[in-house]
Write a protein that binds this ligand. Structure first.
Ligand code: GAL
Length: 434
């Protein structure tokens, strides 16, 4: 809430005026208060950020927004990776009840824009010189049809492997550079009664691990054939079978039973030292920090074996929906705030992501963020769009592939060959339905 203007009236002030003057003043102040109170505008912001660090990161933007007399009116649809949020968004838009702002990631931004549902933010971008400020890749993501339609907030790295430094020190372990080394570490830890990996069986979390495995087995061009082009030939390739096999083999090293738990619960198991490692986007770093764990002291981050040269990215953005009552001016202010240097630094430090800026404030970045920023800044050849986090393909393809993958993960009886065959069929259907 805005600071009420009536706070300006103190008892001393009252003593100085007679009642008549005072009542005139009171009426004046009341009118002023009413007009300034109504000047507080609200923007409903649909998002799925429900964890401790996600809340704290949002608070940075909301506090800055309030200084412009605009309330961040949270429409929270909790559910990791936005599964439920995207469904709610669709139904709200159909019902003519679109929120003024929504967290959107990936190609779906272009879909909403082509329906004429997103505000044009060109003026804000021009004003803020976003073309010079932002990473070129980001500047092109936010302009799906040549016009800026979203404000970018931060870049997450999905191929992050977190490790517990105390466990690694105790057993004198080196960071695994390849899967043989990973298996060696996992075996050693198993003998000591420590499971190597925290993992949830929630579909998007299985898929988050799997996309790193595809990248690890094959590199970026093959990854793109699988998740962006959905090329049936790539699905029939031996490298895809290897990634499926790797997923199955890794189950051996996961905490049993493998429960369908929220990503914060898997992160909690890691934080508690119940497991030695966790594969998760670096939003988990934000959460670990929010719980009081210190980067490089309590945990460290490296990359999933075999993916070190790549940045499997996930860009969080805010899209401004066209609404019945024009909120354009407030939406533009929010867009400008999102990209401002201070908000970029403070928000991303808490969120675990890196700023979208070419020259961010490095002084407050920890080693994980620096590594992420350094890799991402190498450009297009190392930047790989995260499939699970909506950066690689349309929603239907994403949902279909994730569902199939989840069934395979849960069903140890299904052979890799059979599963591969099913994926080839699915790829053929997805291609035809394009
Ligand atoms: C991602 C999103 C992140 C984080 C994560 C966990 O898709 O980009 O900001 O919220 O989901 O829900």
């Amino acid at each position: 809430m805005q600071t009420p203007i009536r706070k300006l009236i103190s008892l001393n002030t009252f003593d100085k005026f007679n009642c008549k003057v005072m009542s005139v003043l009171m009426i004046g102040l009341l009118l002023l208060y009413m007009s300034s109170a109504s000047a507080v505008e609200s923007l409903r912001v649909l998002n799925w950020w429900s964890s401790t660090s996600e809340h704290a990161a949002v608070d940075v933007i909301a506090a800055r927004l309030l200084r412009e007399n605009i309330d961040w009116d949270e429409v929270l649809i909790p559910n990791g990776s936005g599964v439920a949020a995207m469904i709610v968004l669709k139904s709200r838009v159909i019902a003519g009840e679109a929120p003024e702002v929504a967290q959107l990631n990936g190609p779906i931004i272009g879909d909403w824009a082509s329906m004429g549902l997103l505000q044009n933010l060109d003026a804000v971008a021009e004003d803020g010189q976003w073309d010079k400020l932002l990473f070129p890749a980001i500047y092109s993501w936010i302009r799906p049809h040549g016009h800026v339609v979203v404000a970018p907030l931060g870049i997450h790295r999905v191929n992050t492997l977190f490790y517990n430094t105390k466990i690694f020190d105790r057993f004198k372990l080196e960071l695994p550079q390849n899967w043989d080394e990973f298996v060696h570490i996992a075996t050693l830890l198993q003998q000591a009664g420590i499971p190597a990996l925290a993992q949830s069986s929630e579909p998007w979390q299985v898929s988050t691990l799997f996309e790193s495995l595809v990248l690890s087995e094959s590199g970026a061009p093959f990854y793109m054939d699988i998740f962006v082009n959905k090329d049936p030939k790539a699905y029939a390739d031996a490298r895809f079978a290897e990634a499926l096999q790797r997923l199955r083999t890794l189950k051996k090293w996961m905490v049993k039973p493998i429960r369908e738990q929220n990503w914060t619960e898997a992160t909690r198991q890691f934080a508690n030292g119940e497991v030695a490692m966790l594969v998760m986007g670096d939003w988990a770093k934000g959460e670990l920090n929010a719980w009081g764990l210190v980067t490089d002291t309590d945990f460290g981050c490296t990359t999933v074996p075999g993916t070190g040269n790549y940045h499997l990215f996930d860009i969080d953005t805010l899209a401004m929906f066209v609404s019945k009552n024009s909120h354009l001016s407030a939406q533009q202010k929010l867009a400008g705030i999102a990209v401002s240097t201070k908000v970029q630094s403070d928000y991303n430090e808490i969120k675990g992501s890196i700023p979208v800026l070419r020259t961010p404030d490095f002084s407050i970045m920890d080693s994980c963020s620096r590594a992420s920023w350094t890799t991402f800044s190498r450009g297009a050849s190392v930047q790989v769009p995260s499939f699970s986090h909506r950066m690689a393909t349309d929603e239907t393809s994403r949902d279909t592939i994730i569902k199939e993958l989840h069934q395979f993960f849960m069903n140890d009886v299904m052979s890799v060959e059979e599963e591969q065959h099913r994926f080839v069929l699915i790829a053929n259907i997805l291609r035809k339905s394009k």
